[in-house]
Ligand binder design. Structure first.
Ligand code: ADP
Ligand code: GLC
Length: 479
């Protein structure tokens, strides 16, 4: 079985969020199930050196105004098809935003080109490799099924995975022509989304199957509260929509071997975790907690992640003698508010603004608990890292957070199966209540250590979910 993944980011080459982790990990998990998955993605400036060693398997004299090549290579265990188009991807700034922090003005053309090339590979193959299935991810790859639909040539079946329905890729409809999309596709059932050309809409409308990254989020996005305008279309296609939980790369995220930790540890040997905690306290300028947890947050600082609620919960958190270490970047106002909070609660709240992969490992390794108060969360990966590192997740009961953490309620405690704390509604008082519950649980050392060990043994790898993807590919191939 050959599957063409189409995505805009892939760890460890380029990453802005969990999408990259998933694209970097799933093909490796699928390889163990005899699925040959290759990732077609742009060759961005910061990862240019990965293109140097590969071989050219396709080229075009003019792809949206410049030369383009597809370079096949293997790196970090992933088979890659890198779309080299310097006029679109070889530039300073972020992969979606320019140096001033605004979306690139030509994003429709950049990711439209990615989809166009993907559709060509899907139909013609690249150097003899012809996929059985195309698996597109998020709006950046949303046009692939549309290009396949408008072509007369035979095409493989398509799967679209929605990693976050808030990111939709809606553009002015006069982009249809430069993107080479046929006007007949611009209908309510097709590419049109509230008067715009919708890339994610295209993917949802034209792919054979739609998946999202947790069963709860799959249900949520069929409701107006979470569907962000897609609830009607998704409900109409309910039979084709499913939720497959994300996993994590358990080799990259392993407290027994993690080289970013000061001290490695395991469920059996927990004591060394304290050294990571000491190091973290020092790094964030925090004094030792007063018989209370060291909480951490590792996230994009946006309203999705509910971090504004956390700012309001700080009096309660610090009042309990707990400490908080925050690593994040994103919304400028939220960044400033966290920096101000660190000044106000000096020694109790520490904040590092930025993106720091090694530090994110140390935070999982050294904290007692991780706070995730998201207003919505398609899956979430940091709670899975938390479980794996015995860093108890304290999470909003939504999306994948609801599906992966077992709340320490009385019944779960009696049954000995709790792995964290969930709260709902996702409000300041809900969060404050959860922080108090975590502090109470922490005070009972035996109880807490039992929960850490259970969390660490909870399966968070890709085995089941990779099989679930393979089952979908197999079913599509047979129809
Ligand atoms: P999302 O994709 O919505 O941002 P996820 O929880 O799925 O949320 O994935 C976020 C990923 O990005 C995780 O791997 C997390 O560790 C990482 N991450 C987020 N912010 C930072 C940061 N400031 N520094 C390092 N890693 C970060
Ligand atoms: C999105 C979601 C996150 C999910 C990730 C990977 O960025 O916000 O919840 O874990 O994609 O699927």
């Amino acid at each position: 079985m050959k599957v063409l993944f189409v995505a805009s980011e892939c760890a460890p080459f380029v990453k802005t969020g969990g999408l990259a982790d998933v694209i970097g990990a799933v093909p490796k998990a699928l390889a163990g199930l005899d699925v040959d998955a290759r990732v077609l993605m742009p060759l961005y400036r910061p990862m240019k050196h990965y293109g140097a060693k590969g071989r050219c398997v396709w080229k075009a004299a003019n792809l949206q105004g410049g030369k383009a090549r597809l370079i096949a290579t293997k790196a970090e265990g992933v088979e890659l098809l890198l779309l080299e188009a310097p006029h679109l991807f070889d530039r300073d700034g972020g992969i979606y935003i320019d140096t001033a922090g605004k979306d690139w003005a030509d994003n429709a053309l950049r990711f439209g080109a990615l989809a166009q090339v993907a559709a060509e590979v899907a139909q013609e193959g690249a150097a003899g490799w012809l996929p059985d299935i195309v698996h597109a991810h998020d709006w950046q790859a949303g046009l692939v099924p549309a290009y396949l639909r408008q072509s007369a040539k035979p095409a493989p079946p398509t799967v679209l995975t929605i990693h976050n329905i808030a990111f939709q890729g809606n553009f002015p409809n006069d982009m249809m022509k430069p993107l080479g999309l046929k006007p007949a596709l611009y209908t309510q059932e097709g590419l049109e989304f509230w008067g715009h050309l919708g890339f994610l809409k295209a993917g949802i409308a034209y792919s054979d199957r739609v998946t999202t990254v947790s069963p709860t989020y799959a249900r949520e996005i069929m409701e107006p509260e979470f569907g962000m305008g897609f609830e009607g279309l998704l409900s109409a296609r309910a039979a084709d929509v499913s939720g497959i939980l994300n996993g994590i790369d358990t080799q990259v995220w392993d407290p027994e071997t993690d080289t970013d930790l000061v001290s490695t540890y395991s469920a059996k040997r927990l004591k060394p975790k304290e050294k990571n905690r000491d190091s973290l306290l020092q790094r964030f300028g925090l004094t030792a907690p007063d018989n209370a947890p060291l909480f951490c947050v590792v996230t994009r600082l946006t309203t999705q992640k509910g971090v504004d609620l956390l700012l309001e919960a700080l009096p309660a958190l610090t009042g309990r003698g707990a400490r908080l270490a925050v690593l994040g970047s994103g919304d400028k106002a939220l960044e400033a508010a966290f920096v101000a909070a660190a000044r106000q609660y000096k020694g109790q709240v520490g904040v590092i603004i930025g993106y720091d992969e090694p530090l994110s490992h140390l935070m999982q390794g050294g904290s007692d608990a991780i706070l995730i108060p998201s207003r919505f969360e398609p899956c979430g990966l940091t709670q899975l890292y938390g479980l794996r590192y015995g860093t108890i997740p304290v999470v909003a009961r939504t999306g994948g957070l609801a599906d992966t953490v077992i709340d320490a309620n009385e019944a779960a405690i009696a049954a000995g199966c709790s792995t964290g704390v969930q709260f709902s509604p996702v409000t300041v008082s809900g969060l404050v209540h959860a922080i108090h519950r975590a502090c109470d649980l922490f005070a009972d050392r035996k109880q807490w250590v039992g929960m850490m060990r259970r969390a660490m043994r909870h399966p968070v790898g890709w085995a089941d979910s990779a099989q679930a993807y393979k089952d979908i590919y197999t079913a599509l191939k047979e129809t």
